[in-house]
Design a protein around this ligand. Sequence first.
Ligand SMILES: [Mn+2]
Length: 357
Amino acid sequence: MDMTLRWFGKQYDSVTLEQIRQIPGVSGVITTLYGTQPGEVWSPEDIRALVEEVEASGLAVKGIESVNIHDAIKVGTPDRDGYIANYIQTLENLGQQGIKMVCYNFMPVFDWTRSDLAKPREDGSTVLSYDNALVEAIDPEKMFEALDEKSNGYVLPGWEPERMARVKELFELYKDVDEEKLFENLVYFLEKIMPTCEKYGITMAIHPDDPAWPVFGLPRIVTSQTNLLRLVNAVPSSCNGVTLCTGSLGSSPANDIPAIIRSLKGHIGFAHVRNIKYIGDGKFDEAAHLSADGSLDMYAIMKAFYDVGFEGPMRPDHGRAIWGEVSIPGYGLYDRALGACYLNGLWEAIDKASKNG
Ligand SMILES: [Mn+2]
């Protein structure tokens, strides 16, 4: 396990590389070229500059989150092969700079969804929160405005304004895409890109859908142990992997996260670790990383990662907003640093207990 922190780049993030460098046990960042649009080729110069900027701070780029997939690829429109060729060129350029892990998702129209980005808690912190009844009552076109108002002025990853301006058009594009069609299009894409991934040893790590059920009637295909296993088996390659996001999969209490980790041994390329608290059917609040603060058993989760021999990058996922910090919602420094230390502590204890047996 290699503990990292997500960093959005100097123009977009309230957190600096210098701050991340001072979190004990964090040796690298997961980052992206945030200004690029899905479908664009990432230039070798831009990638090189990003890597050099991170390395100048004493950290390393441990992976990219994300290289987003153009809708033509997800929908399977006739122009998809051109966009796949661009994606392959981006992978070539990343591979040449030594990048070994690319996180992506295959969610139609919307990325992650929440009903509140700053729900107050009893401890005075705020968290991201989800209430299915509230979300389903919102007109999808209003969803962006609802979230943007609470974004503290930052661009929300996955909710870029350029994309949200086209929501109506996107819904129209996806109207004939059901779960099977979406899955077929994902397999088509993976089969085309795997040779390049294999050439450079880049693990493609698909992020689960968040929340882990259909929203606004759009299909969702990365929600459970069954469909994660179906996907890794559909395109057998050491480079066809998964981002094990405990909070996204954990949004459904039916998902046994430690069991899913164990079943995906050898297929996990990246880990997002956070806790959530179930507060009702289709309702949850995000929580501090500590097991006792939420509904997930973080010890059992870390033990499962340890037992499957997970060696890839891990990051503490969303944190609470605490100590008056203003940041991209979920991505402040303070609570994620606490999370990294806690998860590193669990790992050390598990490692020593296992060796001293
Ligand atoms: Mn995640």
